[in-house]
Design a protein around this ligand. Structure first.
Ligand SMILES: NC(=O)c1ccc[n+]([C@@H]2O[C@H](COP(=O)([O-])OP(=O)(O)OC[C@H]3O[C@@H](n4cnc5c(N)ncnc54)[C@H](OP(=O)(O)O)[C@@H]3O)[C@@H](O)[C@H]2O)c1
Length: 351
């Protein structure tokens, strides 16, 4: 009898983690997986147990538990709070302990972000365009030297430097779409992203669709199910071939197309206007005060361009384009307006 693959996942009640866990549960080889999820809600843990997922009710701050769970796993998929350095280090300690004990190299898939809230630091690839221009600078995930040229002062890069020594790192971009599957139907995992809703909620609050500057800056996007598929493809590849690019070569951007922030702002401004929640279908610039109040700064006006080559080399073939992305905006606006969700904590916005 072959032993099962022990997979430990964090953030399973979230948008990314829920989509990834859903794929693991739907995986053709799911009967060979023994999945453990770290969750904070005891109620959600009970529902997950009924779906065959073992749970530990704990927070990322319980470092000993993280180390213990990581040390007991063949695969760790970390999708909760990408910037928690202590949690990432605790997981790495667990991985090392497992390797020292068994000689087996565990698979660690860590989630980072291409675009990051700029309260304390700028994003991994972001510039200071403030919506006034685009850029020709495009980062490729197959070019570790270019990525490593980014300044180490950014807080998340400190996590990166620890993690990259270990294994694989997925860097999603603007994830969009409403996540589907049992985990979402049962209300276990968040079905909606945070970035687009954050901009919509800010616009709703000021009674007019807004953008930073002129919205000329460019970001990548990826549809949520295609993003989850990338995790699965990396996992499948790593399970069948230990030489699947890792370490310095282990950056995997999650990006399938690019958009100008103006086009996004135009889509939600139009929808808000049609719903009687905006004065004009044309987005107007957020004032400096508004940018600070809603987003903690003008990071929404940065450029962050990238080419996702590594995943494609493993067979990832995302088909969704910016047309799908723009079409996904109106349903998001309708849900937010219906729920009258206003404001938003910039510290909790993730890209
Ligand atoms: N969504 C995007 O477009 C995007 C793009 C790139 C990168 N990212 C990054 O990817 C990560 C996940 O994003 P997401 O959109 O999936 O966020 P999300 O929907 O808010 O989910 C976050 C998940 O992490 C869990 N979590 C957060 N803090 C925790 C803690 N201290 N202890 C235990 N669990 C904790 C949450 O648990 P609870 O349910 O208990 O709150 C939830 O399961 C974030 O770091 C985000 O910055 C997101």
């Amino acid at each position: 009898m072959t032993s099962k693959t022990h997979i430990f996942i964090t953030g399973a009640t979230g948008y990314i983690g829920g989509s990834v866990l859903q794929r693991l549960l739907d995986h053709p080889k799911s009967d060979t997986f023994e999945i453990t999820a770290l969750v904070r809600s005891a109620d959600k843990a009970t529902t997950l147990n009924a779906l065959g997922v073992t749970t530990t009710v704990a927070s990322l701050s319980e470092l000993d538990k993280l180390t213990e769970l990581a040390a007991a796993s063949d695969v760790i998929i970390h999708t909760a709070d990408a910037d928690d350095q202590n949690a990432a280090k605790a997981i790495l300690h667990g991985l090392k302990a497992r390797y020292d004990k068994t000689g087996k190299i565990p698979i660690y898939i860590h989630t980072r972000t291409i675009l990051e809230v700029g309260l304390k630091f700028l994003g991994v690839l972001m510039d200071n365009a403030a919506g006034l221009h685009d850029t020709d600078v495009i980062y490729a995930d197959t070019d570790p030297e270019q990525i490593e040229s980014l300044p180490d002062t950014a807080a998340h890069r400190l996590v990166d430097l620890e993690v990259v020594a270990a294994d694989k790192e997925v860097l999603p971009s603007t994830i969009y779409g409403i996540a589907t599957g049992k985990l979402f139907d049962l209300g276990i995992s968040h079905a909606y992203s945070q970035q687009i809703p954050a901009a919509i909620k800010a616009s709703l609050d000021r009674g007019q669709g807004g953008m930073i500057g002129e919205g000329k800056n460019i970001w990548p996007n990826v549809e949520v199910h295609e993003q989850a598929e990338l995790y699965q493809i990396i996992l499948d590849a790593a399970l069948s071939d230990p030489n699947t690019p890792h370490g310095r070569d282990g950056y995997y951007f999650g990006a399938s197309d690019e958009y100008r922030l103006y086009d996004l702002a135009k889509a939600y401004s139009r929808a808000l206007y049609d719903l009687g929640k905006g004065k004009s279908p044309e987005p107007t610039p957020f004032t400096a005060e508004e940018a600070h109040k809603y987003f903690g700064g003008v990071w929404l006006g940065s450029n962050a361009r990238c080419k996702a080559e590594r995943g494609r080399a493993l067979g990832w073939k995302p088909t969704k384009t910016t047309k799908d992305f723009i079409e996904s905006v109106r349903p998001e606006v309708e849900v937010i307006v219906a729920q009258n969700r206003r404001g938003g904590d910039p510290k909790k916005m993730s890209l």
